[in-house]
Write a new protein. Sequence first.
Lengths: 267, 375
Amino acid sequence: MLVWQTSQTINFAQGEFVMLPAFFVLAAMRFGELSFAAALLVGLAVSVLVLGVLFKRVVVDPILRHGVLPLVISTLGLAIFFKEGVKEFYGAEAQGFPGVWPTTNVTLFGAVISAQSLVIIAAALVAIGLLQWFLGGTRTGRQMQATAQNPTLARVLGIPVERMILYTFLVNAALVALASFLVSPIYLAKFTNGELLGLAAFVAAIVGGFNQVRGAIVGGLLLGIVDNLVAAYWSSQYRAAFPLFLLIAVILWRPQGLLGRAEERTV
Amino acid sequence: MKAIWIIAASLLAFGAQAQQTVFMPIVIEVSGNGAVSGTNFRDGALMAIDEINAKGGILKRKINAPVSDTQSNAGISRAQVQKAIDGNPYVILGPVFSGSVKVNMQLAQQAEIPQIVGAEAAEITQMGNPYVFRTSFGQQMSMPKMAAFVANGMKAKTVAFLWVNNDYGKGGRDVFFKEMKERGIKVVADVSTESGQVDFAADIVKMKASNADVMFIYTNEEECARVLREARKQGVKQPIIGETNVISQKVIDLAGETAEGAKGHVGLTADAPIPAVQAFTDKFQKRYKYVPDHNGLKGYMGVYAVKYATEKLGKFDSKALAKSLHGMTITPAQEPGILIETTWDANGDVDRISFLVEVVKGRQKVVEILPKLGK
């Protein structure tokens, strides 16, 4: 979302970006013989370097000048490269990934809630809060927003647009690493995980509104709840279909997404 | 002229070399959702092949067993089996996935090549194919044993059943439901899941809400591990049981402590209290640095079955091999590589002892050894 707004980059390898950091951590533990905590830091650093700096410098910068479509195709190729690379390097089997929190449960008002789920929710809320504060409450964040809204005017006002775009890629890389560390203990680390996560993320972003961060959050929550309610109380066979019905409905009746802003372009 | 003689000599030498091997391609799931099962089967088979080749091969011919990946995809498996048949094989080893075997076994049948598979779907051996041979129990053999355990061992009156929506899962579900009906046990939750599914939160909610006495998990290894992790997350109190996969070593490794206490029936286990099986497990672990599951044993024993039957025939004749395997019993005294006495019936189904196990401290603990059905 951020990357799209600031650089018009549609990244079809976003799911693979979430899959990859878990393998950086596992590789650091296996080959570097590091502790889990140290491996998490290494995984975060490598993610920021590979999925942030290198992605922008090696893939986005040289290709984006040829238009959005070549970049879309490039990110599709990148997704295949990451997937097959992990399969070749680490194996096709799912790998266990240690949890950042033990698998204990707490009982709240008679409901059993896993401590792991609470940690995930808390981490997500903190990440969203920090991101909102960074974007709205800091000078750099406001410059990034200005770059997203109108790069030409931002450049006229003296904002280092290129650097702001790079920051956006770094923030994106750090966020996908966090998502990877939180989700892998439950989903297990596997080279195919990106397919599912990438699709879910795109559907959520379109349903919520592609040009609003809060839209993506609402879209993600809505889809997660609908998916689970349908599977638990109606039909587990049709669970995968419902988010897509929702997607079709949104595209038909509110193409900008539930919280998105309608945009007009001169063609 | 000299060059022509050199080429001719090389071709003759190559021909002589080719004559000294027997072609037994392994068509197996090396990637995709069946990678856990397939790699175990492949590694077990390759270990047996290396042992046999080190001792001079079968009837003095070494085994040539290239591995091709079905990617856990039935269509690709069919193409790979066709490719294997084009190479004029003696026997085809694999695949493990029932859905793949169902679409490629006709090719081996038409070519009259015996196919040693790891698949368990009941209908595979009920389609009148005289060239398909299992290496483990079919569901029609294993599910009655599991149903008896649910009724007598667990004393359950209700059961919640989670299954994977593919040929393996559907076949198991059909046999299990029939067995439950015959025993008067009510299936209070019938939860269908997808192969490769990663999120089982809603499925476990549904099973928990059913208040069943036991939860029966019948899906592939990786999904089993995710189910066990989710069940722990939701504080499931009911016993979790299953047939083979949910208590397999790979699932235990992936699920970690959440697999503790899971129970079930396995046709084969690397932790069987049988010295030959334990020796196999040690060798396997030393070579591959992981504990094999039942599929590792299947691949290993399948190759030794071919070796024994061929040596008994005294010649390489695919058609005669298929004929001789029907009704054959191989004991460890006759062929040590078979590890456990095994009988193939007229349909290609196997019969051997089996095990009730429980996961204790990260390993399968055999609770009871069940006799062969034919005894």
